[in-house]
Design a protein. Structure first.
Length: 88
């Protein structure tokens, strides 16, 4: 939403502002941008967490590996390390 759109919205709805309408428009625009940035960051964090968990499950679920084989033990440790990255 641009400053012009915000100003038009205020004017079209007959609102009265005591002070600088440009300053008000800037505040609204910044708040609007911050909310979208926050939403984007939240979605990205969720996607990263889901991908990390999928990778860890793939390693842990290595049914193709014998339970006590060095590769299975290494895969389990790698899964733990992947999950630990999300806790830092």
């Amino acid at each position: 939403m641009t400053s012009d759109e915000i100003i038009k919205l205020v004017q079209d709805n007959g609102l009265t502002l005591h002070g600088d309408i440009e300053h008000f428009a800037k505040l609204v625009r910044n708040d609007y941008s911050n909310k979208h940035a926050s939403l984007w960051l939240t979605r990205m964090k969720g996607a990263v967490e889901a991908e990390r968990e999928a990778c860890a499950k793939l390693l842990e679920g290595g049914s193709f590996l014998h339970d006590q084989s060095p590769a299975k033990l290494l895969a389990d440790e790698a899964a733990k390390a992947i999950r630990a990255r999300g806790k830092t």
